[in-house]
Write a protein of this length. Structure first.
Length: 125
């Protein structure tokens, strides 16, 4: 069994069927920034980590998958995980659960789909 498969099996056993609310709790336990920077700190962190995701994807476009490190997908997934951590921290600072945010987002997208406005631009389409 490869190291990747071993790691995936370990993660599945450790976090089997983890709920979003459980992730939020576990992420909160690692949040160590001053209350004076609530909202600001995770918002800036999220932007930075999203930039790292974009940079890895940019290199994928430039170099192709064959030009990437063997673990490029794991590296990209790790950056997505960092974005998720900041999303959880920002949601907590706003006192809104990720579940609520995700449900509202799905409702918004479904309404846009029903109106035929998934494409295009603007928040109010």
């Amino acid at each position: 069994m490869s190291i990747k498969e071993q790691a995936e099996n370990w993660l599945k056993e450790r976090y089997k069927d983890m709920k979003i609310s459980e992730y939020e709790e576990k992420a909160q336990a690692t949040a160590i920034y001053p209350d004076t920077y609530k909202i600001t700190y995770p918002a800036l962190g999220m932007a930075g980590e999203a930039g790292e995701v974009a940079n890895k994807v940019k290199k994928l476009i430039r170099d192709g998958a064959e030009g990437m490190a063997d673990d490029w997908k794991e590296q990209l997934a790790s950056e997505i995980g960092d974005v998720m951590w900041y999303c959880a921290a920002l949601a907590r600072d706003l006192d809104v659960s990720l579940t609520t945010i995700m449900a509202a987002n799905l409702d918004k997208l479904k309404a846009r789909q029903e109106r035929g406005t998934l494409g295009g631009s603007g928040d109010k389409r």
